[in-house]
Design a protein around this ligand. Structure first.
Ligand code: ZN
Length: 124
């Protein structure tokens, strides 16, 4: 089996790391008014709408953004082969990085992540 790696040792590559942030839109429960319990026939019951939490998540969305790191040299390439897939990882700046996070040029990055927000010049 022949395995072609996209990059080679000694090449300088940009690293793009995807990060996620969850934003929740929360509203105070309109059944229990934020107490988490309701009075039903004289008994204190857990609010069925918010399940005792006192508030409800109207919606939540995961926003992703990408951080672009300065080009660093690849110091080693590691390929692991299992019966399911081939896993190519690179050691860059002391960290093991999957191939999909590495790019040769800024143009390639911009092309690849067209619609996403990029945060550039990440300092550690
Ligand atoms: Zn409630």
């Amino acid at each position: 089996m022949e395995i072609n790696t996209k990059y080679e040792m000694g090449q300088k590559v940009y690293r793009v790391v995807e990060r996620f942030q969850r934003i929740e839109n929360i509203q105070t429960c309109d059944i229990c008014f934020g107490t988490g319990s309701i009075n039903y026939k004289g008994y204190g019951c857990q609010c069925p709408k918010c399940l005792g939490k006192g508030n409800i998540v109207l919606n939540s969305e995961e926003v992703s953004f990408r951080r672009v790191y300065e080009p660093k040299e690849i110091t080693s390439v590691r390929v692991t082969v299992s019966d399911k897939d081939i896993n190519i990882r690179y050691r860059v700046d002391g960290e093991v990085v999957p191939e999909k996070e590495l790019f040769l040029t800024m143009e390639e990055i911009v092309e690849h992540f067209k619609e996403d927000e990029l945060v550039c010049g990440g300092q550690k």
